[in-house]
Design a protein around this ligand. Structure first.
Ligand code: PAF
Length: 282
């Protein structure tokens, strides 16, 4: 695996990969098995795999964890090389945002609510860096994790609205054996918080079971999640909603394919998770 840090070097190395299919996996580093599942999916469908590691300051709010976000670069690079990545782009901040940088992508629609409301400017920052990284890496397909379901909806909207010639692929959330969705931010959890956090997925599964048993009323499904999470004192639910997976509009009736999405505080960490309502009763 070759690592490049400048836009010029990336362009040159990308050109050398030629016209065969390229899959890209965009990350902020602090990699876990969820990221490696993205690389695996990219490898399965493309001749070459490009990965990026860039902790994007534009998507962090002023009171968020930009400074303490983990940056174990040597470990991350070794994981990506072992997973079969061909080319890694790891630019310093000034390479993507040089002095005078003044352009951003304004996102609406699916970016308006939930994470968008809780983290003003977050999706604008995500869309801007993803547009830059897709333009630079010019992939056939780009791979994103289902855990960040709203991010996927925002990026799908952006790709459609701006006629960007890239295919976006969603890869299922990878979980710990107790159900906790893998996230770089799980590193912030102390032992008691780590033990409490799987209640989020238990709550989502309880609501999904009720849905499979024919509960379609979104208020009733939200109540199931709230009650399950409330039994765990170390968790504070920030939001719980049933939404359309493309628009992220709130639904009153949950049809097949709807998403239950939530965010919760757990000690120093803010955790998000979701479940797709699908499947037969059981
Ligand atoms: O999902 C992430 O890790 C980030 O939001 C992304 C897509 C790499 C953009 O910085």
């Amino acid at each position: 695996m070759e690592t490049v840090e400048t836009v010029a070097a990336l362009r040159e190395r990308r050109r050398a990969l030629g016209t065969a299919d390229v899959g890209v996996v965009l990350t902020m580093g602090a990699l876990h098995r969820g990221h490696l599942a993205l690389v695996e999916a990219a490898r399965a469908e493309n001749r070459h795999v490009v990965a990026t590691i860039f902790v994007n300051p534009l998507q962090f709010g002023p009171r968020e964890d930009l400074a303490r976000y983990p940056r174990p670069f040597a470990r991350d690079a070794a994981l990506l090389a072992a997973a079969g990545v061909d080319l890694l782009f790891h630019p310093p901040v000034e390479e993507l945002y040089p002095p005078g940088f003044a352009t951003a992508i304004e996102v609406g629609g699916p970016a308006a609510r939930l994470e968008g409301a809780a983290r003003p400017g977050h999706f604008r920052g995500v869309a801007t860096v993803v547009a830059k990284l897709l333009s630079l890496t010019s992939p056939t397909r780009a791979y994103f994790g289902q855990k960040d379901a709203q991010q996927i909806a925002v990026l799908r909207r952006m790709v459609a609205d701006l006629d960007l010639p890239f295919e976006l692929r969603t890869v299922p959330t990878v979980r710990e054996p107790d159900g906790l969705a893998l996230s770089s931010r799980n590193a912030y959890l102390g032992p008691a918080e780590r033990a409490a956090a799987p209640a989020l997925y238990r709550a989502l599964r309880a609501a999904a079971r009720a849905w499979r048993a024919d509960t379609r009323d979104a208020a009733a499904l939200r109540r199931i999640v709230r009650d399950t999470v409330a039994a765990e004192p170390l968790l504070t639910l920030e939001y719980i909603d049933i939404v359309d997976p493309l628009t992220f509009a709130a639904l009153e009736e949950a049809g097949a394919g709807a998403l239950i999405v939530l965010a919760a505080r757990c000690g120093p960490a803010r955790l998000i998770d979701n479940i797709v309502l699908e499947g037969a009763a059981g």
